[in-house]
Ligand binder design. Structure first.
Ligand SMILES: Nc1ncnc2c1ncn2[C@@H]1O[C@H](COP(=O)(O)OP(=O)(O)O)[C@@H](O)[C@H]1O
Ligand SMILES: [Mg+2]
Length: 359
């Protein structure tokens, strides 16, 4: 199938967007989490870019939308695509349901790009992913979890700590108050996370250092790290913790957004670069990411590397970190999209015993 013209569904989710406003109103259960507007906006951009790249590659792309209603699932099952380019990050506004979307496609025998249900589960459940990193000897900050009186911990944790929802991404719930320096601040923040997100709080040692991203491309055995990208947080205002908060990532009008910028890493010695890439690759494999993924890391002033989290299916906008890394490796945007398609297709024609499997 590789090299052939494929019918590719560019699958994306909408919630509270123009497409189905009346459905959204009726079906919103109280506990559903609405994604921030900026997240929804950004998807529109990458799906269009991917669509164009697929056309350039000679494929036959079409849009397929998940609007959170039962008919959208039937429509997906019947869409007749050779491959789904999976850009979904939620189902019916619930961003913990990425794994269910992948699992549904597995059930329906639909081929798709990126992580399987297990990878999405581990990306959502940061505490479990951290246990897997530890098993593989990959350094990750010591942590505890707290949820409605139940505390889980294995190590002593020392201040400063960062408190975040276990089950979220996109820096939801992560702002300047997330970094705490006292028991009082810690308790307040844990309560906030539980009440606001109905999620256990992940209480993690705060690692001071540079924020480095390793973009990884490939299947389990052949995965390779691309050139490293840094999110430079050094210009954040005095007194603001140097973290990729929600403002830094999405709120274009805030000083935090304006004062931070990603760039290729060019000033680190070869040994440190190799160490970061090796850890990134190990983390990618430990949580069974597929096709493409981004590992968020911290590099301390002493040169220690901590893995913060693994992201399956990272944002593929041409302006974002993954493409920045791909470009530095000599790939055009179209090359990158074509490679992801080929990696996904190759997985489905490979023997089922392969470690990362087709689920
Ligand atoms: N233990 C930590 N030490 C230092 N900074 C952290 C730590 N955990 C998270 N951060 C900061 O918060 C940001 C978001 O945290 P992350 O766990 O990656 O959540 P998300 O899934 O929302 O991206 C990170 O990119 C980093 O800047
Ligand atoms: Mg992150």
């Amino acid at each position: 199938m590789i090299g052939a013209k494929l019918k590719i569904a560019v699958l994306y989710d909408v919630w509270g967007e123009e497409e189905t406003p009346e459905v959204v109103e009726e079906k919103t259960p109280a506990k559903k989490k609405k994604k921030p507007k900026s997240k929804t906006r950004r998807e529109k951009e990458d799906r269009e870019e991917i669509f164009e790249a697929l056309e350039k590659l000679g494929h036959e792309p079409f849009y397929q939308v998940l609007d959170g209603t039962p008919p959208c699932l039937t429509s997906l099952a019947k869409c007749g695509a050779d491959l789904v380019f999976n850009l979904t990050e939620s189902y019916a506004g619930d961003d913990t349901k990425e794994m269910n979307v992948a699992a549904y496609m597995d059930l329906m025998d639909i081929r798709y790009t990126g992580g399987g249900p297990h990878a999405h589960f581990l990306a959502q459940d940061k505490a479990t992913a951290k246990k897997m990193f530890a098993f593989h000897g990959i350094k990750t900050p010591f942590f505890a979890t707290a949820y409605r009186g139940r505390i889980e911990h294995a190590h002593d944790v020392e201040f400063p700590l960062i408190v975040k929802p276990v089950w979220e991404d996109g820096s939801i719930g992560i702002n300047a108050d997330a970094v705490v320096n006292s028991v009082k601040e810690l308790m307040q923040r844990v309560e906030y996370i539980q009440n606001e997100f109905d999620s256990p709080a992940l209480i993690e040692e705060y690692i001071e250092g540079r924020e480095i991203y390793a973009a990884i491309l490939g299947s389990y055995e052949t995965a390779q790290p691309l050139p490293l990208v840094e999110l430079d947080l050094s210009r954040l205002p005095e007194g603001t913790p140097k973290i990729a908060s929600h403002d830094v990532k999405f709120e274009k009008d805030t000083p935090s957004y304006k004062l931070t910028k990603s760039h290729l890493v060019t000033d680190l010695d070869e040994e440190t670069v190799a160490k970061l890439q090796k850890k990134g690759l190990a983390a990618y494999q430990a949580v069974k990411l597929r096709d493409y993924g981004r590992i968020d890391m911290r590099l301390t002033p002493k040169g220690e590397v901590y893995v913060i989290e693994a992201n399956p299916n990272p944002w593929l906008s041409s302006k974002q970190e993954f493409m920045m890394a791909a470009k530095a490796s000599g790939r055009s945007y179209t090359d990158l999209i074509g490679e992801i398609v080929e990696l996904a297709m190759a997985r489905y024609s490979a023997p089922a015993s392969r470690t990362e499997g087709a689920s």
